[in-house]
Design a binder for this molecule. Structure first.
Ligand code: ADP
Ligand code: MG
Length: 260
């Protein structure tokens, strides 16, 4: 298997990923690569396995077969000689620390202020000092345009502001990779732009990102590649402008004709 190990500039490599839920065959052989510093957008109908795939990358689900590498490391396995051994929980936790994830629902801790939400994980998980973490949290709030909301509670923030805090919270762990699962789908339309602006800036700053989204404008402008998933497989992948204007596969054409 080592001969298939990804090149050093590849952040995510998936090779023949299969995932079952009971008898349901949800991921049916996913192959793809995300290079460091690149933004891959993923589109596809509801139920096609997009969230499941992101969750596999982030160890929230276990794959049933195939290989998945993040930053050159096999997800969930350790190699000794020719054999693969399942990782200990502690090592899984260490791998997960390098991956930030932002969900459709922001799930901020309601009893904590914006800055406290951002400080929580670095202090608890990484054991960093309060002062260093607070400094970084304040910088992150500035970066997502919420300097004025440092001490606000989630209930005092709009959905878009809460989602920007959630992005800052993920960034506070200094991840190598950010996964976004429909981060703007639960937002009122007028709040979507601010969140996409933060994500666009993150991309410009060089973050490696996998973004499941219905925002075709974002995919076109920010994505380095666009993947169309359907029924657990990658049907089509390419330059976002090309896939969106000239889809090659019937299923991509059908999907785009409904959403564009
Ligand atoms: P998408 O994000 O593309 O809408 P999902 O990855 O959420 O798709 O789901 C793909 C399929 O897997 C759906 O049919 C969903 O019902 C099913 N599924 C997802 N999670 C589970 C689970 N924990 N148990 C059983 N079925 C699941
Ligand atoms: Mg989903």
């Amino acid at each position: 298997m080592t001969e298939n190990a990804p090149a050093s500039d590849v952040m995510v490599k998936a090779e023949g990923i299969h995932k079952f839920f009971g008898r349901l065959h949800i991921l049916r052989g996913i192959d793809l690569e995300v290079r460091s510093g690149q933004v891959m957008c993923v589109i596809g109908p509801s139920g096609s396995g997009k969230s499941t795939f992101l969750r596999c990358i982030n160890h929230l689900e276990k794959i049933d077969s195939g290989r998945l590498w993040v930053d050159g490391h096999l997800v969930g396995y350790r190699q000794r000689g020719d054999k693969l051994h399942e990782m200990h929980e502690k090592d899984v936790a260490a791998q997960r620390r390098d991956i930030g994830m932002v969900f459709q629902r922001f799930n901020l801790f309601p009893h904590m202020t914006a800055v406290q939400n951002i400080m929580e994980a670095p202090i608890r998980v990484k054991g960093e000092s309060r002062q260093v973490v607070r400094e970084r949290a304040l910088q992150l709030l500035d970066r997502v345009g919420l300097s004025e909301k440092v001490d606000s509670y989630p209930s005092q923030l709009s959905g878009g502001q809460q989602q920007r805090v959630a992005i800052a919270r993920a960034l506070a762990m200094e991840p190598k990779l950010m996964l976004f699962d429909e981060p703007t789908s639960a937002l009122d339309p007028e709040l979507v732009g601010d969140v996409l602006d933060v994500m666009r800036q993150l991309a410009v700053d060089g973050m490696t990102m996998v973004v499941v989204t219905h925002e075709m404008g974002f995919a076109r402008e920010v994505g380095d590649s666009l993947v169309f998933m359907d029924e657990g497989v990658v049907v089509e992948e390419g330059d976002p402008r090309e896939v969106l204007t000239d889809p090659q596969h019937r299923r991509t054409q059908d999907f785009l004709s409904k959403v564009l």
